[in-house]
Ligand binder design. Structure first.
Ligand code: PLP
Length: 346
């Protein structure tokens, strides 16, 4: 069975002070037992470069996704690829178009590339406003589905419309970092018929390997080649390659973790709703809750009780983002939240 160690221990070798870390959308179980074993077994061999293991991983991943291995660019984290993508696909006259609030890595990339950024507010439902986004001139259109930080989804038919209507000379990135937690179909099958579509995925979320660093882009080899100009040849660690390969070979891992996450998430969201707070619907391993007052005092209050949550979004001044931890973490969150908010009966 999965063992959650990160948050439960008083201290850990990563040097984090003891606490409940619900601020980075990590999976508390960490790598599955098979991945842990594969990585431990590989340590004595880690003095060598990892070419064989990386190509083995590429084959396993290609099979898992139903694409050819050349359609993958595997990298130490999809965040790096997202920061590089604007260098490849935007310019001073071809902006990045992104939802607001959205995941910021492409914005960082566009800033360092000196390209303009057009932000389009999400709809009230939390879905991307596809019609408004498509009206904006773009070199790169970025859609995160499900979206970070809101946890909300854009309906599949709207996403397909976005892919079909994006002009051929604009690249559309669909970031599926959290797709495994959701009930949404992937858009990877559309890549074969839509050369300008790139899908980003990561092993940091459902596979619990954020610290191992592995993510990837799926796309046509010629499109990936433009990204590779800036990304360089992938330099994946041998530990990442064996850990990810082992994870991919666990047939029930994703389904089990999806279920466990939903159970823990929904219990706390229901509790918050009973206490009179509104949560955005979530299909991810995090959710947003409106605390009905400026968030900084709440964040600080929770921090004093060792509970870390996030509130980085200026356009959502009363909303916290809470990642889903273990059952024990969520109980600690509920207790600390009740105390900080002065809820009756706490
Ligand atoms: N995309 C989204 C939407 C994310 O939330 C994250 C991490 O939080 C990433 C990409 C980057 O993941 P990594 O660089 O760990 O692969």
């Amino acid at each position: 069975a999965d063992i959650a160690i990160h948050n439960a221990t008083a201290s850990n070798p990563l040097g984090d002070p003891p606490g409940v870390y619900l601020n980075y959308n990590e999976l508390p179980e960490g790598p599955c037992p098979a991945a842990r074993k594969a990585m431990v077994d590989a340590i004595p061999h880690a003095g060598r470069y990892s070419h064989n293991m990386v190509s083995e991983m590429q084959k396993t991943l290609a099979q898992d996704l139903g694409v050819s291995p050349e359609w993958l660019l595997i990298y130490p984290g999809s965040g790096s690829l997202l920061k590089l993508a604007p260098h490849a696909f935007t310019s001073s006259s071809r902006p990045l178009v992104i939802a607001s609030p959205g995941y910021e890595d492409c914005v960082r990339g566009a800033k360092s590339a000196g390209s303009p950024i057009t932000e389009v507010p999400l709809l009230d439902s939390g879905a991307h406003d596809i019609d408004a986004m498509l009206q904006k001139p773009a070199g790169l259109l970025y859609i995160c589905n499900p979206n970070n930080p809101t946890g909300t989804v854009t309906p599949h038919d709207k996403l397909v419309q976005a892919i079909e209507r994006t002009p051929a000379d604009t690249i559309i990135i669909v970031d599926e970092a959290y797709i495994h937690f959701s009930n949404q179909p992937s858009v990877i099958p559309l890549i074969a018929s839509h050369p300008n579509l790139v899908v980003m995925r990561t092993f940091s979320k459902v596979y619990g390997m954020a610290g191992v660093r592995c993510g990837f882009a799926v796309g046509r080899p010629d499109v990936l080649a433009s990204l590779k100009q800036f990304a360089g040849d992938p330099e994946l660690s041998v530990l990442a390659a064996v850990g990810c390969t082992a994870s991919l070979k666990q047939p029930n891992l994703v389904a089990e973790r999806k279920l466990l996450n939903a159970k823990r998430r929904d219990k706390t969201m229901q509790w918050l709703t009973q206490q009179g707070f509104t949560c955005m619907p979530s299909e991810t391993n995090f959710f947003m809750v409106d605390v009905k007052r400026p968030t900084q005092d709440v964040v600080n209050g929770l921090l004093q009780k060792g509970v870390h949550v996030s509130n980085r979004w200026k356009m959502l001044p009363t909303t916290l983002r809470v990642s889903v931890g273990t059952e024990q973490d969520m109980a600690a969150f509920r207790l600390a939240f009740a105390e900080v908010m002065g809820l009756k009966g706490s």
